[in-house]
Design a protein around this ligand. Structure first.
Ligand code: HEC
Length: 194
């Protein structure tokens, strides 16, 4: 059974997923033309499979983050991170501070962990699972001093730790220097902080 999300027509059929393949979540709408509702429908279709994949290697963070609060009202594709759709979650230590989305902030509390799910659309409109990204705020006095005391990590859609360079992530994130290297979700989709 296919889930085809046509312009204006929503089939509410459940997605069928097999172990090896991505859930059959599809759209015939071009990525840039998707409405918010259509993006949410695609996310709802892929979500459980995406999360199962991330958690499948037994990593603690890769399953814990689903219990954290979302910092965005829905996924959006700001153009960075491989132009994927991104959905951000923050643990209790950092949530209240993060959702101020302050443009001039001091450092986030040590122990803050921010997770970001990602997915994309193929040219044929098939949903593709993307990596799960993390930023963890470490105490000063270690290797992370070079990277604003952030430790960056990424896990593949299969839950495997990806070999990433801290400098690769931070070189771009450091552009947001006044925001403690945080890019924040697209403005229209930020949760309200009150
Ligand atoms: C080309 C620039 C760029 C690179 C490279 C990059 N990021 Fe980001 N990242 C951003 C932007 C911009 C945002 C905010 C956009 C959004 O989440 O909608 C962001 C958001 C995030 C967030 C959510 C916290 C926040 O900034 O608000 C995490 C976690 C994250 N990135 C992790 C990583 C990791 C891990 C890497 C390296 C594997 C990485 N990023 C590489 C630009 C980048």
């Amino acid at each position: 059974m296919k889930k085809l999300i046509a312009a204006g027509t929503f089939l509410t059929s459940l997605c069928v997923s097999s172990a090896a393949f991505a859930a059959d979540c599809k759209t015939d709408v071009k990525k840039d033309d998707l409405t918010d509702e259509q993006i949410v429908a695609l996310y709802d279709c892929i979500k459980s499979e995406l999360r199962e994949g991330y958690a499948s290697q037994g990593g603690a963070l890769t399953s814990e983050y689903t219990g954290w609060k979302a910092a965005a009202t829905q996924p959006a594709a700001p153009g960075v991170h491989g132009k994927r759709f991104l959905m951000t979650f923050v643990n209790d230590t950092g949530f209240d501070e993060y959702v101020k989305f302050s443009e001039e902030r001091g450092p986030m509390p040590v122990g803050t962990v921010i997770a970001k799910e990602s997915f994309n659309l193929s040219k044929k409109g098939q949903v593709r699972k993307g990596p799960l990204f993390f930023m963890t705020k470490a105490a000063a006095g270690g290797e992370s001093d070079k990277y604003g005391n952030w430790v960056y990590a990424a896990f593949s859609a299969k839950g495997k730790p990806m070999k990433i360079k801290q400098s690769f992530c931070h070189d771009c994130h450091s552009a947001y220097e006044d925001q403690d290297a945080l890019g924040y979700p697209v403005e229209d989709y930020r949760v309200s902080s009150n």
